[in-house]
Design a protein around this ligand. Sequence first.
Ligand code: GTP
Ligand code: MG
Length: 422
Amino acid sequence: MFLDEAIVTFRSGKGGSGAVAFHREKHVPRGGPNGADGGRGGDVIIIADRAKRTLYDFKLLDHYEAESGIHGLGNKKGKNGRNIEIKVPVGTILTDVQTGELIVDMTVHGMKFVLCKGGKGGYGNARYVSSVRQAPNFAQKGEPGETVQAQLELKLLADVGLIGMPNAGKSTLISQISAAKPKIANYPFTTIVPNLGVVSFRDTTFVVADMPGLIEGASEGIGLGFQFLKHVERTRVLVHVVDVFPVEESDPIENFRIIENELETYSAEIHSRPRLIALNKIDLISQEELEALQAKFEEFGFPLFVISAATGQGVQPLMNAMLDQVEAAKPEEQLEVLMPALEKKTDDSWEIEEEEEGFFRISGRRVERMVAMTDFENDSAVRYLQRKLDRIGITEKLRELGAEEGDTIAIGEFEFSFTDEQ
Ligand SMILES: Nc1nc2c(ncn2[C@@H]2O[C@H](COP(=O)(O)OP(=O)(O)OP(=O)(O)O)[C@@H](O)[C@H]2O)c(=O)[nH]1
Ligand SMILES: [Mg+2]
């Protein structure tokens, strides 16, 4: 209940492929290779932003993808894909859904984390020129992007606290303005633990807490009040809900004063926080009675709202004022990135497993990417890959494991035959 959660898929952009091209100039019979590189794919970057209060947006859109890089064309380098920056509330924890491992805890406003690195652009053939290979006729494919399915979790803190006497209609109000479904009943102390609701309003969201009712003596621990006043400590704005027609025929003004006194006794600081008064259940009294009551409440000097939590009448202006107060209490600061972007550690290790007689699977992020970036239609590119696999020791290891000419080697989605050129 106090935890906001969302499962979201993030994908970085693919790298563009490199080009195979040769100079074409008048009077130059055979130009040199000049195929350009592909562009880099965009990163997915997560940023902690204090102005975000809930994970509500991720319930509406749970898939984010950065732009891919453009392929190199002739001697023109492909354009890089744009990064996407995704803002999350401070305190959001990201966990990898597949492995269950913690990815990052976005603890500080302005913190930046590269969640999915964009694929590198493939090299154009110009990059493969060497003393022995003057006219390479192959290029590298772009590196694939990365996909991460992450669980986002956020401990919700209330921005607005609803306080008031038992039975005033606090739970009814939160159920009217959010998706929260608290128990509502016509007797005091229906609510025994606070309920939190996310209110989506004016293009943003804020969190409202429905507190159990307060009574005289709450500040000294009478009733359920004391433990709830503790929860109020974190809220920036209080809405004091007042029943205009209490069943036990008590006086709404007197009731209001009692609760305000309790608050002040409990904590002068909490008492000094912005306050809105919501006169509730106006559907139960006449217009004249309401006007007389309003006149008296205006003397307290707090912004005054008249509502019916049950019918929704007058609730919009109250929500407006709630959000104004929330935003005033927390001025919209320019998001300033305070530290260099953090990144996941990459792992260059690989391993070989003989899955069955004559079938070897090589796994590891780096080798899998090397293979994915190879153009298998092109013999030169394949030979180039083979030499790279040699260099990092894979051929040697295969030999050790008893691989023979013609055995199948699988890396990622690709399979090929083992040829030992030694
Ligand atoms: N007619 C009318 N009844 C209302 C209105 N708002 C709440 N009620 C009724 O008042 C009773 C108490 O409402 P709750 O929302 O449970 O009150 P609460 O402040 O959460 O009470 P506690 O949890 O006991 O502190 C219920 O029977 C509601 O249906 C209203 O605007 N008009
Ligand atoms: Mg309640």
